[in-house]
Design a protein. Structure first.
Length: 304
């Protein structure tokens, strides 16, 4: 079964590369500029709690366009994709992260049911705030990165990295959240997805991301699919951590793979002082071809 899945995904990647040139045309025209937020989820909740929270919990997950561990989302009915997103919603309700970073998060796309996956998931998991960035748009496709949150999202931006043919565009979204009960302690939360094919492209994307985040004052939490691990000097995860003085949880530890097909740790949560890790887990739930990562964060002794 694994070899069949690998063959199909190789073929799908080749098709995607062929479509890439066409999809890149509108991207090249509009450039990698920031774009405005979409409409938030229809329901709402009160803002931050009055009492100061000792910790907050964050999570990252590559949604894989809603296909779960299937071969390709184009072969799934809308009802199947909705059921897959419902499973994600169950895990969110179980784990109760305050902020969730999503990658390969679809808007209405012909290959994944023609509906907004982020809005659907936010409703299913009862998250009142969302922001979705559209990094690929064209030929009936719409997808990118997103944040869903129990805490209000402020100053949200979406940024698409410079075109990198023949692969499709990647990017990030960023927003500020207020630590519950601590007026003035704003956290910059980022959901990022880097190119899978070339280290040279990832390094350019990391430089772009670092330049943007350096302008945002306050502690930073960078979550996402880096398509890279911590094995060599110059890896994109290490480069970003060094440039922005971010911390990773046990970066060289074994048995923390997030991409079962290769056994590599591609999905990361990076934090800046004064934040510290209180807990860090890779979830076993088969929600995608990637595994979700959850971290509980606390405030260290250093002043923000």
């Amino acid at each position: 079964m694994k070899w069949r899945r690998r063959i199909w995904r190789t073929a799908a990647a080749a098709i995607a590369l062929g479509l890439g040139a066409l999809l890149l045309i509108p991207v090249l025209i509009r450039g990698p500029a920031d774009v405005a937020s979409e409409t938030p989820a229809a329901h709402s909740e009160p803002g931050a709690a009055e009492d100061a929270a000792a910790t907050i919990q964050v999570m990252t997950l590559n949604l894989a366009h809603g296909r779960r561990e299937g071969w390709h989302q184009a072969f799934d009915k809308r009802s199947t994709i909705e059921a897959n997103l419902d499973e994600v919603g169950k895990v969110l309700r179980r784990e109760r992260p305050d902020v969730v970073a999503l990658q390969e998060a679809d808007g209405p796309s012909v290959w994944s049911g023609k509906f907004n996956h982020v809005e659907y998931l936010a409703r299913a998991a009862e998250y009142p705030h969302l922001f979705r960035g559209e990094h690929v748009r064209g030929l009936g496709l719409s997808y990118g990165t997103a944040l869903v949150s129990r805490l209000p999202l402020a100053d949200a931006v979406s940024h698409t990295f410079a075109a990198s043919p023949p692969t499709l565009p990647k990017g990030f979204v960023a927003a500020r959240v207020l630590w519950p009960g601590r007026p003035g302690l704003h956290l910059n939360v980022v959901s990022v997805h880097l190119d899978f094919s070339r280290e040279s492209v990832r390094n350019k994307q990391v430089a772009d991301l670092a330049e943007h985040l350096a302008k945002r004052e306050g502690p930073k939490i960078v979550l996402g699919d880096f398509n890279d691990d911590w094995s060599r000097s110059g890896d994109s995860v290490r480069t970003l951590a060094e440039r922005l003085q971010l911390r990773a949880y046990e970066p060289t530890a074994a048995k923390m793979a997030t991409f079962p097909e290769t056994g590599k740790r591609l999905d990361w949560i990076l934090i800046s002082p004064p934040l510290e890790f209180a807990e860090y887990r890779t979830l076993p739930d088969p929600l995608s071809d990637h595994r979700a990562v959850v971290a509980v964060l606390k405030i260290g002794d250093a002043k923000p």
